[in-house]
Design a protein around this ligand. Sequence first.
Ligand code: SAM
Ligand code: SF4
Length: 332
Amino acid sequence: MTPLVDPFGRAITYIRVSVTDRCDFRCAYCMSEDMTFLPKPDLLSLEELDRLCSAFVRLGTRKIRVTGGEPLVRRGIMTLFRSLSRHVASGALDELTVTTNGSQLHRFARELADCGVRRVNVSLDTLDPRKFKEITRWGDFAQVMKGIDAAAAAGLKVKINAVALKGFNDHEAPDLVAWAHRCGHDLTFIEVMPLGEVQAARFDQYLPLDELRAALSRRYTLTPSPYASGGPARYFDVAETGGRLGFITPLTHNFCESCNRVRVTCTGTLYMCLGQDDAADLRAPLRRSESDDPLEETIRAAIARKPKGHDFLIERERSHASTGRHMSVTGG
Ligand SMILES: C[S@@+](CC[C@H](N)C(=O)[O-])C[C@H]1O[C@@H](n2cnc3c(N)ncnc32)[C@H](O)[C@@H]1O
Ligand code: SF4
């Protein structure tokens, strides 16, 4: 079967699948407190999600990241990991992984490892329990810490993702680096992106990572690292800790040239680019036929329209969202 290649010659080998738009947290930059979630029948069932992912695997996908909303709050989610693990076992997939807020990791870390998951991304913006409550609104810091420890104990490699927020966690950044590296975790800072309307003004939250890196350079010796995770992060080795530090800068540096990924929402909408609105409905072909042919045709036609890149912009005059979708819809 011919693998998926877009009009700009980029092979599409990585899908991020959001399995739910719901979450047990309400992070201030991601959701408003009174979110309206999708009606359950609109969501793909776990069996449909498996069919969809397996179609992508047949079309050359080598890496699947399960995300959300909070993926580990979806009922029965381990059934999906269990069934997708066959593609890891067969060698068709190089990697099956998950991005989580960590709240359920203490329950599922071992089972994830059993399903062939080797690495997990855990989002954590602060080590201060009071600030953690402030930013996640509903999160329990101790439970997340327990989850991170459980993941490490189960042999999972943990990468911490922290959204850099001006005046919130910028002063704490050196301590986050020290903590993560002491525990043997990678750490990546992410610039806040203008996705979906939330209650706080974006411009107030936005911190260019060049500024954060300059501040970190006063405490640490950062050397550009040749390491590449296949994602958009640029890495630096930190001499003092022996650890690795990543920066994801969608706003200050465009990383679209090497984009190898697409995203699927929990309703089966395929977004060819995180920052653009063009999409393809995969749920209809999934539900229309027991054969996967219509589904594969729809995927191919969509990849043929993958745009060259996004055009996020945060300006003073224009602090509204650049796309109406929240990150919890498209999946982080
Ligand atoms: C939408 S979450 C989904 C997975 C899981 N609930 C979690 O928090 O890891 C994925 C990632 O997106 C990040 N995120 C959410 N909204 C964002 C925004 N507006 N800008 C940048 N990153 C954002 C989160 O911090 C998280 O690391
Ligand atoms: S960032 Fe993740 S944990 Fe926070 S509200 Fe969004 S989906 Fe939930």
